[in-house]
Design a protein around this ligand. Structure first.
Ligand code: C5P
Length: 218
């Protein structure tokens, strides 16, 4: 029998990661945060001085890079980069690297391998459309721009980052615009995904609702 795969897509700040993690825990499944993988690679390439442009050199570097995940941490060539990947700086550069076909190709198999071990809840931008087109259930999770910016702003303040609400709002709108309009694997709702607007729901309500949806559809 095929493993159960719950594919969750949606724009920045929709609460996908925290919700997906809890849904996975409650259902006894693994959790795959694909944004963390893109962030880790963008952080690494940027720190190494690679511009987000296709080149034979980038292809060669990517063929040698080892990205791995373990216990909620992400490693590049064995080095734990988890602490560095959620900064406003990485927020502002990640989409340019994620739009590169070479980068997406490099990360595709890593993501699919995670579903070979057992059931999985995976969140990102192209889970239902590209990475897991045969997922057991697909969910498109979103909320209004201002609600998403408020949630993201709070997370950043809790982490000690000094950033204004307006800056966060502008940043997530830019990122969504870029992610939705790139040529390869753009952010969009899969035709067979269930649309969930969480603007007026608490996190627990969203988790309960998704757990119910998965049970009903699997
Ligand atoms: O989900 P998160 O906000 O951490 O994702 C960071 C960025 O990584 C996104 O804005 C997008 O550019 C990229 N990403 C992607 N495909 C995914 C997951 C993330 O392009 N499946």
């Amino acid at each position: 029998m095929k493993n159960l795969v719950v594919a969750i897509d949606g724009p920045a700040g929709a609460g996908k990661s925290s919700v997906a993690k809890k849904v996975a825990e409650l259902l006894g499944l693994d959790y795959l945060d694909t944004g963390a993988i893109y962030r880790a690679l963008a952080f690494y390439l940027n720190a190494m001085g690679f511009e987000p442009v296709e080149s034979p050199y980038l292809t060669e570097i990517l063929s040698k890079i080892k990205v791995s995940l373990s216990d909620g941490c992400v490693y590049i060539n064995g080095a734990d980069v988890t602490e560095h990947i959620r900064s406003p700086r990485v927020d502002s550069i990640v989409s340019s690297y994620a739009a590169l076909p070479t980068v997406r190709r490099c990360l595709l198999s890593i993501q699919r391998e995670q579903a070979e071990e057992g059931g999985l809840v995976a969140d990102g931008r192209d889970m239902g459309t590209v990475v897991f087109p045969d997922a057991t259930i697909k969910i498109y999770l979103t909320a209004s721009d201002s609600v998403r910016a408020k949630r993201r702003h709070l997370q950043l303040l809790e982490r000690g980052e000094k950033v204004s609400f307006d800056e966060v709002l502008r940043q997530i709108q830019n990122r969504d615009q870029f992610d939705s309009n790139r040529e390869i694997a753009p952010l969009c709702q899969a035709s067979d995904a269930i649309f969930v607007d969480t603007s007026s729901m608490t996190e627990d309500e969203v988790v309960d609702y998704l757990v119910r949806l998965v049970k009903e559809n699997s």
